[in-house]
Design a protein around this ligand. Sequence first.
Ligand SMILES: [Zn+2]
Length: 374
Amino acid sequence: MVRVSGYLRKGVSSAIRAPRKITLYMQNTQEISQESHATGSGVIHGPAVQHALLALMGRILQRGRVAHAYLFSGGGVSTRSAAAFFFARLLLCSRPQETCGLLTPCGVCIHCRKTAHGTHPDLFVCQSEEDGAIRIEHVRAIQKAVAFAPLEAERRVCLVHGCENMTPDAANSLLKLLEEPPASNHLFLTVSAVETLLPTIVSRCQILKCLSDPLTMDCFSPEEQAVLRIYPLQFWERLCAGDSEVVRGLLNLNFISVRDRFWRLMARKADISMFFQLTRELSESDAGVLCLKLLLMSVVLDIFLLKSGGDGLSLLLNQDRGQDLMAISGSISMPELEQYSERLERVEYLLERNINKALLVESMLAFWLERLSL
Ligand SMILES: [Zn+2]
């Protein structure tokens, strides 16, 4: 999870979550997995937020960067479990399907059928017992399961639910397993909040943050609502991973004007003085820099989607800028885009080290202006 905290000025927000990397925001995931299984085709219907989430999971698999351990935290119990189960099915499926640029389990292969019926030998599910505790016996059972190579699939997934109720013995034992992860095995832990786990466990896992409560207008004052309505609520939900505090933070930073000016620059409808004005304004505070980062991450994510082929247009976060995005995506190669997004990931690190904010903002924006002059 990309989590930025401590930078935004008081009363603005405590956290901004960027839309890329490992923040997966889940809503009604149970419905997603049930529906995709029911249709058998793996086609996922539903709000764009779910498409963005699935696109992220698919990219993890496509890039071959599946980590040994994932931590599904936040959201409700069923949301977390469904998210973990969906990802497990995707990893075990022998021929995930790409539909509309998304990767989903096929629903018909032998692995999909067995996972759906709970009979797949390479899907190990560890559920806490009646008192809710995960004890050392449970972890021993996992250790036993992962001691051998997967039986039928290319990999094995062990789901461990309710990790917030792990006994200290079990936690230490699990830590040992995470320290020396057996090849071809993936541990998926679900937990209400990462703070309930040993930091040493958390640091060995990739965190997939689940949010279960959809953003509603009720979260905002009438004045805020009036501004928010300029864009569809779904835009804010996806941009801020459903976090109303982050939305509020962006409103206070005049996000709509920042975004508008950015796109005017991109459409060559503004002269260079706007570039300098924007740079000056955004480099006044760390929050301003992070506001820009969030905007640029959304653009990067959209271009990734466009480049991944299929009907990328309907999945874009910046729907209203589809034509501009198409135009710019042609002048950026995938390696360039990946390199740039890695630079964006380092923004908080650089701010912590007191980098010159004006130079940072200038370089973040210059990447796009250079592409325009190609
Ligand atoms: Zn399958």
